[in-house]
Design a binder for this molecule. Sequence first.
Ligand code: GTR
Length: 356
Amino acid sequence: MDFMPELLRFTDGTPVRSPADMAARRREMISLLENEAYGKAIPPVPVSGRRVATDAHCACGTAVVEDLRICCKMDKNTEYSFPLRLYRQTSPGKKPLLLLLNFSDKKYHEYLQPEFVLQNGFSLAVLHYEHLTRDNGDFSDGLAAFFPRRTDGTGAGKITIWAWGAGRALDYLLSREDVDETQVALIGHSRLGKTALWCAAQDERIRYVCSNDSGCMGAACHRTLHEGGESLKVITRAFPFWFCDNLVNRHGQTDALPFDQHFLLACVAPRYVCINSAAEDAWADPTSEQLSCVGASPAWAFYGKTGFLGNETPCGVDEGFPDGEIAYYKRSGKHFLGLPDWASFIGFIKDHRNND
Ligand code: GTR
């Protein structure tokens, strides 16, 4: 991994030597990722939430589904609101919460496992990303219309806008009496795994981030790209609007990139990261996802933590390295968010819940 941009060295060459240095390096890496990858972060706005419907029949009546509307005050006279669904526990007290960024707002979408989540003691919030802004190059759509795109190459791409929306959903969720604000996880699959990682890199309220098959511009390192994996060139041609123009204008020249994806994971330290891959998902490059865990791990040492308890040897199918603050798991099967993924995320969170 010597060919990777150095995690523990500031851009001016100074080494990172102390926890304070590591915190400063994190801020530097976040600006690097803003300027060179995803676009500048957008400041929050005041948020409120209201319930629009309730269904008390979920999970054999053990949970309640609340359909909510999250209202963002964009300026003095303008609001933007979007739907959010909450499958919540009915017993009293604060509950740990999983927020899933999803591709649909169907109550029982194929990626959802609400009963499993609820039976494990969590509440589940689900946000359909296209209610924030559509997954295309139209920056006049939805929330994107409120954030005029900068012309200096660092304008927020759609991933940054989706991450911003997840942050506003959290503003509301964390204000609820029934949510344990110290036990919040953000989960995303594929392009939404990329979004979840970028959101958690910036937002320290998220204690656990779980990315599933996030691949290129998510957990997978560029410089280790394996056969069949998605390259920077391909992704920036197919989805230029996900990123800032500075990334697109690099035309896929990976060697000159001033970062690699282990920087993204390291920005979450000392919090918790769970990276899942699928063995038959070469496009998301499972081995490069594991390698970014290896590369990010040293950041945790500055906080007295272990980081990643795995190594560079590709892990076996249906195996993983679950024990550190960064966990990696490779299940059998294809590109999908399924029960084994939920089980590994929930197991990871439960295992680390009572630490520190
Ligand atoms: C693919 C894209 C990937 C991944 C995936 C998804 O087309 O190339 O980077 O994000 O979509 O989101 O399902």
